[in-house]
Design a protein around this ligand. Structure first.
Ligand code: UD1
Ligand code: MG
Length: 451
């Protein structure tokens, strides 16, 4: 049976204290709404509908970047969760499949749990996802009747006895589309909040003799984000999960709790990640690479067998081929480093290409920016760039070429040539001692004058 995801994301998120709509706040560099979408994708939905409200246009723009097939419907006034789902009615006219309701601010429901919800739906008309809460707080409570769910009572409307129940409503629900919309028609707002509660569907369904059940998941999956504190906690949950998944996939993490991943980090088997490494978005690392301590990577690709760091920074567009070495205090941006090339110490390589097996000496800088525009530096294969070479782009260095230490390269260097661009050294015999004597005498005079 086909599935339509309806993701509720219209709420204001007052406690975020932010200009950005809550569901766009990032967890591991992706909006939390994107995490919810990714979770939902495991059901291979035919339709995905996001109900937006506060900051709807910003949400729409962000979603267009993430997945252009997602439909956005604006809920002009937030009159409650049932009212929110009702907004999808016209868009889903004629849709006979299932609806799975997700929350945009509950990003961590697992694929396994969603599949269990669908499975449970084969024996029940309506399935609610619950969890046993360590601290049930203000969650809606699931009132069970044996294996069936009798009703959901919101905290505000609950009696003291009902508040003792620790089996809580995650908010996620699955059911057949037309049945859900028919039930929503019967929901009123005669409750403590004056809202149209989606949770009322349970009692209404039971009254019609429909079968309603609840399945349970781990509390971590239902973690909702309402504040910056929750956001930080959500990031920790994401990191913990990703670290485990990475290690299971054959990546060595020497100090897992100090490594931070982005939502899309890909690392190949038998790679080793040392402590305190941070991955920004868009990083792929192939097998058998080594990312040494305190390195920061984003928007880059590291090929098989390469070594990066310690203390390296790979910025967007850094493309390292196989067996490259990028050492300490080296920054690479928008540059291709070919196989076996080495940039080991204190260099900036930006808007450049470095050929196979070329060695870049310590302190080399590609001077790529003239204050207005960026320019490229092309360096050939098997060349040797002496320490402290300044390459003033646009400029090129051929194959098997060399630059002498301290050279300021302003002209292209052809294959096999040595560029020597620094003032010639002259040694003055005995001059150092004389100079010292003069300076010492001067210092003594000054001291005397001051007394
Ligand atoms: C809801 C549930 C509660 C459950 C809890 C889990 C209801 C009535 N209550 O309560 O049983 O334990 O979630 O977190 O459903 N939203 C809209 N439009 C609206 C109202 C809400 O899109 O008009 C969205 C919100 O952005 C949010 C979600 O629906 O993503 C839940 O709304 P919220 O106001 O947080 O409901 P709770 O009071 O937490
Ligand atoms: Mg809530």
């Amino acid at each position: 049976m086909s599935t339509a995801l309806v993701i509720l994301a219209a709420g204001k998120g007052t406690r975020m204290n932010s200009d950005l709509p809550k569901v766009l706040h990032p967890i591991a560099h992706a909006p939390m709404l994107q995490h919810a979408l990714v979770a939902g994708q495991t059901l291979q939905p035919e339709r995905t509908i996001v109900i937006a409200g506060h900051g709807a246009e910003t949400v729409r723009t962000a979603l267009a970047e993430i997945d252009e097939d997602v439909e956005v419907i604006v809920q002009e006034e937030q009159l409650g969760t049932a009212h929110a789902v009702a907004q999808a009615r016209d868009a889903l006219a004629g849709f006979a499949g299932n609806i799975v309701v997700l929350y945009g601010d509950t990003p961590f429901v697992s694929a396994d749990t969603l599949e269990r919800m669908i499975e449970a739906h084969s024996d029940a008309d309506l399935v609610v996802l619950g969890f046993t809460a360590a601290d049930p707080g203000r969650y809606g409570r699931l009132v069970m009747d044996g294996n069936s769910l009798e009703r959901i009572v919101e905290y505000k409307d609950a009696t003291d006895a009902e508040r003792q129940i620790d089996f809580c409503n995650s908010g996620l629900m699955a059911g057949q589309a037309t049945q859900i919309f028919d039930l929503i028609d019967k929901v009123d707002c005669a409750n403590a909040s004056g809202e149209y509660y989606l949770t009322d569907l349970v009692g209404l369904a039971r009254a019609e003799g429909l079968r309603v059940t609840a399945i349970s998941c781990d509390e971590a999956e239902t973690l909702g984000v309402n504040s910056r504190v929750d956001l930080a906690q959500a990031d920790q949950v994401f990191q913990a999960r990703t670290r485990m998944a990475m290690m299971e996939d054959g990546v060595t993490l020497m100090a897992p709790e100090t490594v931070y991943f982005a939502f899309d980090t890909v690392i190949g088997r038998d790679s080793v990640i040392e402590p305190n490494v941070v991955f920004g978005p868009g990083v792929t690392v192939e097998s058998g690479a080594q990312i040494r301590a305190f390195s920061h990577l984003e928007g880059c690709h590291v090929s098989r067998g390469s070594k990066v760091g310690p203390y390296a920074r790979l910025r967007p567009g850094a493309e390292l081929a196989e067996d490259t070495h990028i050492g300490n205090f080296v920054e690479i941006k928008n540059a291709e480093i070919a196989a076996g090339a080495k940039v080991n110490h204190l260099s900036y390589i930006g808007d450049a290409s470095v050929g196979e097996k070329t060695n870049i000496g310590a302190g080399t800088i590609t001077c790529n920016y003239d204050g207005v525009m960026k320019h490229r530096t092309e360096i050939g294969a098997r060349s040797f760039i002496g320490s402290n070479t300044m390459l003033i782009a646009p400029v090129s260095v051929g194959n098997e070429a060399m630059t002498a230490t301290g050279t300021i390269v302003t002209k292209n260097i052809e294959d096999g040539a040595l560029a020597l661009g620094r003032a010639e050294q002259e040694n003055k015999p005995g001059r150092a001692r004389k100079l010292m004597d003069i300076l010492r005498a001067k210092k003594a005079r000054l001291k005397k004058g001051a007394e």
